[in-house]
Design a protein around this ligand. Structure first.
Ligand SMILES: Cc1cc2nc3c(=O)[nH]c(=O)nc-3n(C[C@H](O)[C@H](O)[C@H](O)COP(=O)(O)OP(=O)(O)OC[C@H]3O[C@@H](n4cnc5c(N)ncnc54)[C@H](O)[C@@H]3O)c2cc1C
Length: 298
């Protein structure tokens, strides 16, 4: 503005003053861009919102790469543009998908975008107490609805049995949902090698379905003494995926399923004992377990 006034006043502005003016204008422009980029990143990632995904009890102290030293789960969703949301979902249906296993399908708002392998926190009032648990997305997408697969019967004798509560829900019931969380999800890798134990079969079928739909390859090694999602596993086999189910050791099966090709990504989903076995099986098969995407259910 000062420069314009001087022009109007017919003052001859020296060249060095023009250079200083241009530098100052450019610095101001760069600062504006940097401020925009920083605030936009915070908005996109929900950096100002308190998305502490810590559960109310057994999950707090879980030794997990996704927790910081305070026990808080790190938030959220890798890949940048998936907003961590809190919303009330309507239960569309609860279906038995195997012995001691149900699939819970709930409504999803249009902005909700979770990838197979990510997880949500479900909260409800059970026996007068607000209870939250994490569940991994087991549908290949989250358009209008999404599904989680819930294993029953593994919990403590004492305290609220949240999985049993979910299994008894009727269509039309409501659940509070927060998420998505986690960065151990399918990102379009050429070949998904998924090792699943128990309820880990949920993300396994979701990732394999998504991989095939994207024109990629999928292999599933699933350990369970009472397998669930057998229809979806059969359909995956029919579509060309490699699927093996066992109630025993997975080492040899993982070695057979692993190709070691550069485009192959290993995934592991299940409770701690299975995760430990799967990591050993990956190493024995010549893969680096540190490169695997692993979600430990606790
Ligand atoms: C990131 C993450 C993702 C998860 N995803 C799923 C999922 O997709 N499906 C699912 O069913 N659960 C999942 N869980 C576990 C879930 O949050 C609950 O812990 C589980 O449903 C048991 O809750 P509950 O109230 O019925 O039993 P609780 O009384 O809370 O269970 C008590 C203890 O039993 C352990 N436990 C419960 N079930 C089993 C089991 N089958 N095998 C071994 N230990 C068990 C729990 O870890 C806990 O230590 C996930 C957990 C985390 C942290």
């Amino acid at each position: 503005m000062g420069y314009i006034h001087r022009c109007k006043a017919g003052i001859d502005v020296p060249e060095h003053a023009q250079v200083v003016r241009t530098m100052s204008a450019e610095l101001s422009r760069m600062l504006s861009h940097l401020l925009f980029t920083a605030t936009d990143a915070l908005d996109v990632n929900g950096g100002f919102t308190s998305h502490d995904a810590r559960s109310d009890d057994n999950h707090d102290a879980r030794p997990d790469d996704n927790h910081d030293e305070t026990g808080n789960r790190q938030v959220p969703a890798g890949g940048g543009k998936r907003l961590c949301m809190e919303f009330t979902a309507t239960v569309e249906g609860v279906t038995e998908v195997g012995p001691e296993t149900v699939a819970v399908t709930v409504s999803a708002p249009a902005a909700f975008d979770a990838r197979p392998g990510q997880f949500v926190r479900l909260t409800a009032t059970v026996d007068g107490e607000d209870v939250s648990r994490f569940y991994t997305v087991s549908s290949p997408d989250t358009d209008e609805t999404f599904e989680t697969t819930v294993g029953l019967g593994g919990g403590d004798e004492d305290g609220p049995d949240f999985s049993a509560y979910l299994a008894d829900l009727d269509a039309g019931s409501e659940l509070a949902v927060t998420g998505p969380f986690g960065d151990q999800f399918y990102e379009g890798e050429q070949r998904a090698l998924v090792l699943a134990g128990g309820a880990g079969v949920g993300p396994a079928v979701a990732i394999a379905e998504r991989a095939l739909a994207d024109g990629n390859e999928a292999a599933v090694v699933y350990r369970d003494d009472a397998p669930a999602h057998t229809e979806r596993l059969d359909a995956l086999r029919d579509r060309g995926a490699s699927v093996v189910v066992t109630d025993g050791a997975i080492g040899a099966l993982v070695a057979d399923a692993a190709t070691g090709d550069p485009g192959e990504q290993a995934f592991v989903y299940g409770f701690a004992d299975f995760v430990a076995e799967a990591e050993g099986a990956l190493e024995a098969a010549g893969l680096d377990a540190d490169d695997a995407k692993i979600e430990n259910f606790g």
